[in-house]
Design a binder for this molecule. Structure first.
Ligand SMILES: Nc1nc(=O)c2c([nH]1)NC[C@@H]1CN(c3ccc(C(=O)N[C@@H](CCC(=O)O)C(=O)O)cc3)CN21
Ligand SMILES: CC(C)C(=O)C(=O)O
Ligand SMILES: [Mg+2]
Length: 273
């Protein structure tokens, strides 16, 4: 399969639904690559991989390390890396410096940033200078301190209007697609029919042009509260626990290692005792 490009994602609007998942490591990228159009190195890695309380403490260095790992594993899917909190909100120039480091040091295809109308100027600045941008509107996890939680957005009419205006602003600014998070179905439908670039939903109904989930959620590798919008396609967490238990029993019973795991005695003799 030919590699996915930003123009292919853009052109998918109104055709095939876009299949997107997060990836943080090379082996997971290799496993997901052929099934997906887009792999997102999400700043959710702070919570999913590092056990942080939110995505706020995630650094540019963390995103670059994981972005490079995913780029090495992806031969087909478009690789997009999240700009972390504090690396782009100050000014378009700051955003460009951070995005340029991400593109140069990871080999990824594009960056994602959170924000609607307030980020339009920044999105225009980046896209005009060769940085493809995936926008992210609706529920914005990097604003959890301002919002006080991860509740769905746009249930009130005024907030819904503001989110539609955000969608217009980021699309007009040149975003090649827009992640729409945590909005009610009628609003997702309205946004999707309003803008000419694809919407990629998470907790935003099947009205979007594509879907994304945190891979660890959908494969059952996150513990504790799992958001309502997640469907579990595997129970990897249970498989890992069972493997650890079986290994522990074998080691304690001296059943592992067995004969087939031993190196032959062809090397220099090591005296016993
Ligand atoms: N594992 C994981 N999955 C995600 O989808 C995800 C992350 N982490 N971290 C970054 C953001 C944060 N997101 C989140 C986090 C929590 C909820 C959540 O618990 N929602 C509740 C409703 C909350 C409320 O109404 O106040 C739910 O039960 O769905 C939703 C999205 C989405 N992203
Ligand atoms: C949930 C997706 C869209 C994201 O931004 C992330 O994984 O960080
Ligand atoms: Mg994110």
């Amino acid at each position: 399969m030919k590699p996915v490009t930003v123009s292919k994602i853009r052109a998918a609007k109104g055709k095939e639904p876009l299949v997107c998942l997060t990836a943080y490591t090379t082996p997971i990228a290799q496993a997901l690559d052929q099934s997906c159009d887009l792999l997102l190195v999400g700043d959710s890695l702070g919570m999913v991989v590092y056990g942080l309380e939110s995505t706020i403490p995630v650094t540019l260095e963390m995103m670059i390390a994981h972005g490079a790992a995913v780029s090495r594993g992806a031969k087909h899917a478009l690789v997009v890396v999240d700009l972390p909190f504090g690396s782009y909100q100050e000014s378009p120039a700051q955003a460009f410096r951070s995005a340029a480091r991400i593109l140069a040091e990871t080999g990824c295809d594009a960056v994602k940033l959170e924000g609607g109308a307030v980020m339009a100027e920044t999105i225009e600045f980046l896209t005009a200078r060769g940085v493809p941008v995936l926008a992210h509107i609706g529920l914005q996890p990097q604003s959890v301190n301002a919002l006080g939680g991860y509740a769905a957005r746009g249930k009130q009419a005024a907030e819904a209007e503001a989110i539609v205006a955000d969608a217009r602003a980021v699309a007009d600014a040149g975003a090649f697609a827009v992640v729409v998070e945590g909005v009610v179905a009628p609003l997702a439908a309205r946004i999707t029919s309003t803008i000419r670039v694809p919407t990629i939903g998470i907790g935003a109904s099947a009205e979007c042009d594509g879907q994304i989930l945190v891979t660890d959620d959908m494969m059952g590798m996150t513990f504790g509260h799992v958001p309502k919008f997640v469907r579990r396609y595997a129970d990897v967490g249970a498989a890992v626990k069972a493997a650890a238990e079986a290994y522990a029993e074998d080691v304690r019973a001296r059943r592992f290692p067995a004969e087939e795991h031993l190196y032959g005695a062809t090397g220099p003799k090591i005296a016993a005792g």
